[in-house]
Design a protein around this ligand. Structure first.
Ligand code: THU
Length: 138
C-alpha cells in the first residue's frame, strides 16, 4: 500500500472545479496512470440532469482520450459544496463509474475514498464491484 496523500491532494484540487449547481454536491477524482501521469476529474452537471458526468468518469475519459489506458489507483473526494478541505462525507464511486473503471482497471486496483489527505479508506475495485462483467467476460 502506497502513501496516497499526493493523489488525494490532486482529487481535492479537481473538486474545486466541480460544476454542480443543481445538486450542490462537489466531487473530485484523481486517476493515476501507469505512466505516472495523474488525470484529474470533477463532476459536471447539466440542467437536463441526465447528461451529468461524474468526477471519476471525467478522469477516466480524459486519460483514455489522451492515450492512457492502464491505471494504478484512483482517489475520490465528494461532499456538499460548502465543505472544503476536510470533508465529513465519504463519497464512493457510483455503480456506473465502477463499471467504467472495470473496463480499464484490474480488479485489484486501489480505490481511495478520502475525507482529507490523512483520513481515507482503501478498497480494491473488486471489493466495490464483485462478480463484475468485464471485457474478459465477452
Ligand atoms: N457524483 C460523482 O461525481 N461521482 C459519483 O460516483 C457519485 C455522484 C456526482 C454526480 C452529481 O453531480 C452529484 O455527484 C450528485 O449525485
Amino acid at each position: 500500500m502506497l502513501n496516497y496523500s499526493n493523489l488525494i491532494a490532486e482529487a481535492l484540487k479537481a473538486r474545486e472545479f466541480s460544476y454542480s449547481p443543481y445538486s450542490h454536491f462537489s466531487v473530485g477524482a484523481a486517476l493515476q496512470g501507469q505512466s505516472g501521469k495523474i488525470y484529474r476529474g470533477c463532476n459536471v452537471e447539466s440542467c437536463a440532469y441526465g447528461p451529468t458526468n461524474c468526477a471519476e468518469r471525467t478522469a477516466v475519459f480524459k486519460a483514455v482520450s489522451e492515450g492512457e489506458r492502464a491505471f494504478t489507483a484512483i482517489a475520490v473526494v465528494g461532499a456538499p459544496e460548502q465543505e472544503k478541505d476536510t470533508l465529513t462525507h465519504t463519497a464512493f464511486p457510483c455503480g456506473v463509474c465502477r463499471q467504467v473503471l472495470a473496463e480499464f482497471c484490474s480488479m485489484d486496483m486501489e480505490v481511495i475514498v478520502a475525507r482529507s489527505c490523512e483520513d481515507y479508506e482503501i478498497y480494491t475495485l473488486g471489493q466495490l464491484l464483485p462478480q463484475a462483467f468485464t471485457p474478459q467476460s465477452l
